[in-house]
Write a protein that binds this ligand. Sequence first.
Ligand code: NAP
Length: 270
Amino acid sequence: MTFGKTGFIGCGSMGGALARAAAKRADANDFMYSSASGEKARALAAELGGQAASNAEIAEKCGLIFLGVKPKYLRGVLAGIAPVLQNRGGGFVLVSMAAGVTIASVVEMVGKPVPVIRIMPNTPALVGCGMTQYAQEGVTPEQEEAFLELMSASGELDPLPESLIDAASAVSGCGPAFFCLALEGLADGGVAAGLPRDKALRYAAKTLEGIGRLALETGSHPGQLKDSVTSPGGSTIQGVRMLERAGVRSAFFEAAVSAYEKNLDLGKKA
Ligand SMILES: NC(=O)c1ccc[n+]([C@@H]2O[C@H](COP(=O)([O-])OP(=O)(O)OC[C@H]3O[C@@H](n4cnc5c(N)ncnc54)[C@H](OP(=O)(O)O)[C@@H]3O)[C@@H](O)[C@H]2O)c1
């Protein structure tokens, strides 16, 4: 099956990344986009094909509707399109990416049981290396399969019980920002040691990409991978000593837990 037209309500970092990924699997001339000012919607239409539209037009015409607005705006956006959605006999699926917001809340905001896929994507989706968890309710196996096919160019998709989506969000949804701090710090160190900035950044980013792939492909525990590059009396173990002294491991641990707690809070406020 196909969804016919696909709509993107909200075309910022995440909505835009998913639209660009979807355009690799479907004809973007069938895409419709909206944003608060209309500017990002028009820019995406010019870049990928398809047309900028209003939220109501998307709600009326699209078979798959991505909701890419910030959690605090979701209730207002859904209130605006609820009458249109309620009048439709079916044949559409909503995709919410709002951190913390449950499928039950989305259904309550629409005011009628509608099929919803809740996703937790991350920005590497833009380069086909994303990690997206999803849970769904009321979606047929054919619709789920078509959704997975459309999203396949974004990277990996993993079905997860909805009760764990907020936890996953704290790791892979927020993780890109956490690792960017590590990237910037490592590259700064390289610059301090004399490397040109562009080379330092590239070396740090390739190292992050490489160690991620090594962990995935070998299935090795991170401790084992670390031990394999820290020779006795060597330089790497001295760097590890400084990172441990600075509490890096605990800082990442706490970052994930505070992001999780914030997700729960966002859900309550939505
Ligand atoms: N960024 C991430 O890494 C990430 C990861 C996982 C999940 N998410 C989720 O993705 C969602 C979007 O986050 P983001 O970072 O992409 O935000 P963003 O960059 O601020 O984009 C939000 C978009 O929503 C549009 N918008 C706001 N009000 C609207 C309205 N009434 N009607 C139509 N469009 C409206 C904005 O329009 P303008 O362009 O005119 O401002 C903008 O295009 C959030 O729910 C967030 O929890 C984000």
